[in-house]
Design a protein around this ligand. Sequence first.
Ligand SMILES: O=C(O)C(=O)C[C@]1(C(=O)O)C=C[C@@H](O)C=C1
Length: 363
Amino acid sequence: MTDTPINLDELRERIDHLDGDILRLISERAECAKQVAEIKTKADPDTVFYRPEREAQVLRRIMALNKGPLDSEEMARLFREIMSACLALERPIKVAYLGPEGTFTQQAALKHFGESAISLPMAAIDEVFREVEAGAANYGVVPVENSTEGVVNHTLDSFMDSSMRICGEVVLRIHQHLLISHNTRRDKVSRVYSHPQSFAQCRKWLDAHFPSAERVPVASNAEAARLVKSEWHSAAIAGDMAAKLYDLEKIAEKIEDRPDNSTRFLIIGNQDVPMSGEDKTSIVVAMRNQPGALHDLLEPFHRHQIDLTRLETRPSRTGVWNYVFFIDFKGHCEDPVVEAVLEEVRLRAAELKVLGSYPMGVL
Ligand SMILES: O=C(O)C(=O)C[C@]1(C(=O)O)C=C[C@@H](O)C=C1
């Protein structure tokens, strides 16, 4: 900016002018995306249009270039929506998520793919897997771990039986609120509905503020929000999306016991994602039931200085899979060091499956 405007009219004139520029530039960008789609289709009629590694690079670059006054996350969110619209112009994509509408998983799906993706609620985690496997949705979004409550076992178990690949991750800060409907008597709340995970995340707060209210676990926080709509003595614990969807009032905000409460979600699909520069890999390994098995498994990672970010054990469901470990680590399976480690692990394991290499969550 060269000269400093002095009054409201001048400032608004400048904003109109800038909006015109932004509009022109977004349209030019969208034209480029259309041409990208033509090139992709010419190269391969069965091409995939969504490119997670490229999207992660675009967002990281924007965050690095940003000099304010908007903060980098906010700026990246705006670009997230621009890219989402550009992708929809290339080919609209369908995303199945663990529903119903108004869940944190839907919020994660929108955060990752933007508002232009078509989101389809599913009743259970294995339905999300099936929908993507059957090709009815291009991608799926499922929760995998919460910082307070730990791992989501259904998701890990679904990977054991599935050929789905992990194409991305998204981490969502989870804020829980106590919600009531417009006809709830706030001094007479005797029952609280929520998902068991959400109850666990707000246990201390509930003990302190509603020690004698009945706690009724339901299948999702969105379902909890739906139920309080018609009950004058009930409240629900749920997030912003459910509050908005069912037009509920927040009587207490951010009631989660831990301020850093967050949930990690995985994006599942059928594609192998190239390197983005900052990637993670997820594997599942079966070890034989013998002393030192876990040490043998982890030793190559330690020797090659590969950073493990998560290690979970699940009971095996067949004789071969005595111990089943889910491991996440930093790096991409096309990186030669990671390739060497995986080769060593493969020799020591009864079975090894790479679930996918994918960009580390950006937003
Ligand atoms: O670069 C591409 O492959 C594009 O299709 C363009 C674009 C974008 O808008 O920047 C859109 C969708 C892809 O998922 C990645 C990026």
